[in-house]
Design a protein around this ligand. Structure first.
Ligand code: PHE
Length: 460
């Protein structure tokens, strides 16, 4: 069992496993639920453009920073920062990260719960209707029922906990290696269908032809927040995963691959959704319910009869379920790694206690459309509050702090040592470019967007 005192620690066993686990964390409901619904309600291409820039200038540098911190310190997020900056308060970034992991898991497990619940419904044909009023009723029946919401959330938690229990290599790594190819296959099948529909051109134009008039500072902040959320950065997930990386791993290259593939999945998800939405005359701006109300009606409009329609619907929600799993594994692992190393708990005990704690916190998000629908803080239900606070406040703040740590506290010599694998890799120009961006560009960009997006200062 691992511990702070440096007893042997489990890690990812293969280079491929490092890539699939990290990509499995990045790819998730962010690509299939958040990105399409946010792009759909915020003007399509213009939103996507800002998101892509944020991914390069913010998401990627923070990811590289987290990986090198984790792999150098070889510990959970909190302990890693305590080791690298003893007697200073940088470890508080790790504490904020554990809080973020809980907030995200609270609403994420509920969206995953809807996805899981939709799979049997889609198989049975219960979601087959071209009338959004009917599919909307089906969705309301699910989210409006306290017990259904809670029980499906527990199913999701049990599924993720079971994989976490199997361990870092035999659980997380093995599972993401199996799931990711399935995810890409399903995505490609659905793309072939959607891109050969009559309205594909209109859908693609929506996704790729920007209309800037819809962009405001809060929307820019949401796009930057999405870049954090998408790459699972700003909260220590990637510190934790970096701590499981092999010594010979090329961190910048791996991060670039993860970022590129993750972007590809988002774009493919957009290309699966918008052409179909436009072909059948639906609106792209339904927001978070796009996936659960609009998409079943869209799939029910496909040619070929109910069997073909339901098949695509099942495939689509399986895709979302698969994607959600890898992401939830990484969120779950943040507190588990901490509890195992800090309190010397067994992995089993840490997993069970984390699952119970998540069920308790998560229940407030699960009940946000039923029992707790009227309970609001900052004008938001718990579900929306957790979502807003994590993506639009905590992750950007965490990312800001992490790049400031790397650029201004840890410094170039240590970063170079970490990213060149102690001089073994021949990537000095890449390291220097990264360091410049992480030291100056990312923190300034995030600070400006954060202050404007939250309305603290007004800049144009
Ligand atoms: N990146 C995941 C997604 O897109 C969500 C996530 C955020 C996972 C933060 C871990 C940490 O769905």
């Amino acid at each position: 069992m691992a511990s702070e005192t440096g007893k042997s620690r489990e890690g990812f066993a293969t280079t491929l496993g490092v890539l699939t686990a990290t990509l499995g964390s990045a790819v998730g409901l962010g690509n299939i639920w958040k990105f399409p619904s946010m792009a759909g309600s915020n003007g399509g291409a213009a939103f996507m453009f800002i998101y892509v820039i944020a991914t390069f200038l913010v998401g990627l540098p923070v990811m590289i920073s987290e990986h090198v911190i984790g792999r150098t310190a070889r510990a959970n997020a909190i302990t890693s920062l305590r080791k690298l900056a003893p007697k200073q308060i940088w470890w508080l970034i790790g504490v904020a990260g554990v809080i973020s992991a809980f907030l995200i898991m609270a609403f994420y497990t509920e969206v995953a719960a809807w996805v899981f619940a939709y799979i049997p419904s889609a198989i049975s044909g219960a979601l087959n209707s071209t009338d959004p009023a009917v599919t909307s009723q089906a969705f309301s029946n699910l989210i409006g029922s306290p017990w259904k919401s809670l029980i499906w959330q527990w199913v999701v938690l049990a599924w993720v906990a079971a994989i976490i229990l199997a361990g870092v290599s035999r659980g997380i790594e093995a599972m993401t290696k199996r799931l990711l190819p399935i995810l890409f296959c399903i995505l490609i099948i659905i793309n072939i269908r959607s891109l050969t529909l009559a309205g594909a051109g209109e859908g693609l134009a929506f996704l790729f032809k920007p209309n800037w008039s819809s962009i405001t500072w809060p929307i820019v902040l949401s796009a930057v927040g999405l870049a954090f959320f998408k790459l699972s950065v700003g909260m220590g997930t990637m510190i934790t995963y970096g701590s499981y990386y092999k010594e010979d791993q090329n961190i910048p290259l791996n991060a670039l691959r993860v970022m590129g593939s993750d972007l590809l999945v988002s774009i493919l998800a957009g290309m699966a959704i918008f052409p179909t939405v436009f072909t059948y005359g639906f609106q792209p701006d339904a927001g978070p319910s796009l996936l659960f109300i609009t998409m079943p009606a869209v799939f029910s409009s496909l040619p070929g009869g109910p069997i073909v329609q339901n098949l695509f619907m099942v495939l689509f929600f399986l895709l979302a379920g698969v994607a959600a799993t890898g992401a939830m594994l990484s969120l779950f692992e943040v507190p588990v790694a901490y509890l195992v190393e800090r309190l010397d708990w067994s992995r089993r005990k840490a997993t069970l206690i984390t699952a119970v704690a998540l069920a308790v916190v998560g229940s407030t998000a699960a009940l946000s459309s039923s029992t707790l629908a009227d309970f609001k803080l900052l004008d938001r239900t718990m579900f929306d509050l957790f979502d807003f606070m994590s993506s639009n406040v905590l992750l950007p703040l965490g990312g800001l702090a992490i790049t400031v740590f790397v650029g201004w506290r840890w410094g170039l010599p240590a970063v170079t040592k970490g990213l060149t694998n102690d001089g073994k890799l021949n990537n000095l120009p890449v390291v220097k470019a990264f360091f410049f961006v992480a030291k100056f560009v990312t923190p300034i960009l995030v600070a400006v967007v954060l202050l404007n997006g939250l309305g603290i200062i007004k800049f144009g």
